[in-house]
Design a protein. Sequence first.
Lengths: 154, 154
Amino acid sequence: MLSQKQKELIEKIGIYFEEGMQPAAARILALLIVADQVSFSFDEIREILKLSKSATSNGINFLLNLKKIEYHTKPGDRKRYFTWSPDNIINHFREGIDKILALSILFDASLQLKRDKNTHSAKKIAEISDLMNFLHLEMPGVIEKWERKRASKP
Amino acid sequence: MLSQKQKELIEKIGIYFEEGMQPAAARILALLIVADQVSFSFDEIREILKLSKSATSNGINFLLNLKKIEYHTKPGDRKRYFTWSPDNIINHFREGIDKILALSILFDASLQLKRDKNTHSAKKIAEISDLMNFLHLEMPGVIEKWERKRASKP
DNA sequence: TTTTAAGTTCTATATTTGAAGAACCAAAAG
DNA sequence: CTTTTGGTTCTTCAAATATAGAACTTAAAA
């Protein structure tokens, strides 16, 4: 079903995803990305990843909530079959960029509280905040550029 | 020494920094960024943040290791005085981008293992990997653009 | 209407993480 | 030398997180 290499990749990708979700959820997501099989039932996920029912249930619902995965059903079959939903992945990057913007706002606030706005440190805060803002502004253009490139040579 | 607002900012910025370091280290870094005072001794940090010696020591060394902070000494004074080192902050963004690249490599590896590279999922993996790569390639240009803008109107 | 299947939720642990405080150490001061 | 200072390291301890497994729920099937 899963080759050794695929299992290893699930672990490696899982570790990346652990930044932001519990290990079990991270492995579930990685499984759905890496596997050849297009969809997995609750129990298949459970068995393959050797998780308890609760860890499986919680992980799946966490991922459904974030819309990282979705499920479909089959007529005359009560099970749900889960698949990765890759389509809103660009959103993921947007969220990352928004987070940078939020931090830049805190840096600005810190600058406003500085007695002396001309120290090296204060100027650096302003600079970093400006950079974060700039990145936030530039990002849509970069993604657009990528989309154009991609549309031209598919 | 620190206003209420500054203390609140240290907490808020600290929470951002917790992604990637332990809370105590995050607060130390936030303190060195937010405060007007340019440098702090070990015991000042300890007292202001109400940390134990071990938490202070570990946090400081963690931050020194990552070169997020540095210290200087004064003649006839054994203490070290710690300051934020903002200068390689652009590096911080580069690291973030490098991390994205590392993930794209794992996605590529996953794609290589796919039996059928023409499924929706496989094509999406390719697409995401390509986007991550593109971001990695574009970033230096974006930062350069920012530097030019900044040089022109300082 | 009883049983079964598919999952959820609850309770009990296990694991991980972070921090406290004491013991320790090395260099400088006395 | 011996004491003090400035910190580090070691040994708990506490809290947060994650998981297991059992008990429960709900809807469909028998």
